[in-house]
Design a protein around this ligand. Sequence first.
Ligand code: IPE
Ligand code: IPE
Ligand code: MG
Length: 246
Amino acid sequence: MIESTHSLTAPRHVAIIMDGNGRWAEERRRPRLFGHKAGVDSVREIVETACEIGVNVLTLYAFSTENWNRPSTEVSGLMGLLQSYLQSELRTMLQNDIRLHCLGQPDRLPTEVRTVLLRTIEETRSCCGMTLNLALSYGGRGEIVEAMRVLARKCQEGGLDWQTLSEADVSEHLFTSGQPDPDLLIRTGGEHRLSNFLLWQASYAELYFTDIKWPDFRKEQFLEAVNSFQRRQRRFGKTGAQLQAE
Ligand code: IPE
Ligand code: IPE
Ligand code: MG
């Protein structure tokens, strides 16, 4: 059993690619949606644990822009799960002072899901504990292109000068505007790729890959990932000796 990490500094922002639900179900000879349902229990446990250890921002990759290409039955099953998750979690979010935020394109979601999503965002607006970012219909490249469009328009209209455009200007036009970049990026399910997730924001995130599939990723596994993060030295381009001298 892993020790609780209360006494050590928790990562400020943890981002998770929740992968492996389908294979988890297939291993049990059950439909893929069975894995997605089990994955919702992991979501609840990880949100609670992240709050407990003092994470400021938790980002969960729930549905990518590429996931629209899945069979329509799986997509509608996922949308249904999302809707019931949001409906059932509002009370817990308010009790735990969690503010919900969406990264992605809510306009592409079915009306019923969008309605409950926007309502939950509105009702948790004044919560100031942890921010829960749900990445829904999210793609990192699309996010950057959209930011570029807005920046280009502002330059054209005279609000911004293209010659002084900075990294901060780009960051401010992403869905994560105002939030710290992820410190720790976890991917479950055994794949070693980013799958279009937080391409800009993750430039200096510590990466943690595990073969454990999302429905089996619970409090103990999360604390193990956080522990691994806490044992690493983040050098941001400097040398180890420089950091020791600081
Ligand atoms: C992650 O699990 C959930 C979503 C992408 C929505 P998968 O559904 O990708 O599970 P695998 O990778 O097929 O096992
Ligand atoms: C990434 O998982 C997206 C989410 C977890 C929501 P995928 O299962 O869609 O990723 P690929 O297709 O294997 O790269
Ligand atoms: Mg997958």
